[in-house]
Design a protein around this ligand. Structure first.
Ligand code: FES
Length: 104
């Protein structure tokens, strides 16, 4: 599964990930700026925000629900497609996923 993180300055970082990994784990392992994952993926810190810009990919990834939506509510700049990377578990259908990292 290949994934691409687009940094705030436009730099594109590509990674190969295994099915079952979360997007946050991939970003953190790859030192993607803005993916800190401070809570370790417990959906409580908000330091792993990403934006899925592409509509078709957004449908595959799905919307934030439950706890995740509650946490995102505290950020006032959530463009459509904003998700927490720790809540996106990679699967074959998400191959070639591209996300933007809104923070550095
Ligand atoms: Fe903390 Fe995602 S790693 S909310």
């Amino acid at each position: 599964i290949t994934v691409t993180f687009v940094q705030k300055d436009g730099e594109r970082r590509h990674f190969t990930a295994a099915s079952g990994q979360t997007l946050m784990e991939v970003g953190r392992a790859g030192d993607v700026r803005g993916i800190l994952g401070e809570c370790g993926g417990a959906c409580s810190c908000g330091t792993c925000r990403v934006v899925v810009e592409d509509e078709a990919q957004r449908r595959l990834v799905g919307d934030a629900g439950g706890l995740e939506a509650d946490l995102l509510f505290f950020f006032d700049d959530n463009p459509p497609g904003t998700r927490l990377a720790c809540q996106i578990r990679l699967a074959p259908e998400l191959d070639r996923l591209v996300v933007t990292v809104p923070q550095d």
